[in-house]
Write a protein of this length. Structure first.
Length: 306
């Protein structure tokens, strides 16, 4: 079953050093890397690397970064038929700092991502109608993403929203009712419902508050502390996998790509969450954003060993 991803495409410039600079401070770093990024791009690569037929819908600029992004995407197996080259905008970029503890800070300049509108939905209607799962994020205009969600749900597919970057003050009242699953981390959960969960019990409370806003299933990611999930039929907690983390940049994106893949294969929610958690954990063992996405064999090996 195919997966559609409606979202952002960036080129990432990532620096690595002992610690992150304070305001006004200049530090010497150890190294840097340039590669694919953007939450939409990362999630598409994550799903594709697991073996799912995946189409990415978005925009890049008519520039060097856009050419690189398209070439790199094609090399991963992601279909770029839904990517428009926008001559009036620049390709999105992200400047990322990563410290020795694998923590990060990120500055994103949206560029062509912010020009996405209803015309992108219409030109890709066929791909959306054929998708079993749609992955959404908040690095592109929300109105267009929700139009894509409406098409997928009307065609019998499911929609997963990664509410990142979460807006201060939360989401408009009807947004969660137009998606099937929402997957915030601790910070995003606090912005959406006013509660920052630090353990499974608090995550359960937050998930209930999210479901009260109309979403069928809430998945609260607690970082290195695990994942809690809840829908009308089930709830549960997936403890963290033990891995040697070096870079957490795309952990959430690999989680969502893995979740989309597992659900597209018919897995029940709890099983899909455990699979997704393994994807997210494995991504922290590699440097970079899209480049950190694990293969199906790597995920199965981790699941079988823990």
């Amino acid at each position: 079953m195919s997966i559609a991803v409606f979202g952002s495409i960036n080129i990432d410039l990532t620096t690595y050093g002992a610690r992150l600079p304070r305001p006004g401070e200049t530090l010497h770093g150890d190294r840097y890397a340039i590669g694919l990024g953007g939450k939409g791009c990362n999630q598409a690569v994550a799903a594709s690397r697991l073996g799912a037929p995946t189409v990415l819908i978005g925009r890049v600029g008519d520039d060097t970064f856009g050419q690189r992004a398209l070439a790199d995407l094609r090399s991963t197996g992601v279909s770029t038929d839904g990517v428009l080259v926008d001559a009036g905008a620049e390709t999105g970029i992200a400047v990322i700092g990563v410290d020795a503890e694998a923590q990060n800070c990120i500055t994103v300049v949206g560029g062509a991502n912010m020009a996405i509108d209803a015309s992108d939905v219409e030109r890709c209607r066929g791909a959306l109608e054929g998708a079993s799962v749609l992955l959404l994020q908040l690095e592109t205009p929300l109105d267009a993403g929700l139009l894509a969600a409406d098409i997928v749900r009307a065609s019998g597919g499911r929609v997963i929203l990664d509410p990142a970057p979460a807006p201060r003050g939360g989401l408009p009242a009807d947004v969660l009712a137009r998606v099937d699953i929402v997957t915030p981390n601790e910070t995003e959960t606090e912005l959406l419902v006013g509660l920052r969960p630090g353990n499974p019990e608090e995550a359960a409370r937050a998930a209930g508050m999210l479901r009260a806003q109309g979403v069928a299933a809430a998945v609260v990611k607690l970082g290195a502390a695990g994942v809690y999930y809840q829908d009308a039929e089930s709830e549960g907690f997936v403890p963290p996998f033990k891995v040697d983390s070096i870079d957490t940049v795309a952990a959430g994106d690999c989680f969502n790509g893995g979740l989309g893949y597992a659900l597209s294969q018919g897995a029940p929610l709890g099983e899909a969450i455990r699979f997704a958690a393994a994807c997210g954990a494995l991504s922290t063992t590699k440097a970079g954003a899209s480049s950190s996405a694990p293969t199906l064999a790597e995920v199965e090996a981790l699941l079988g060993g823990q």
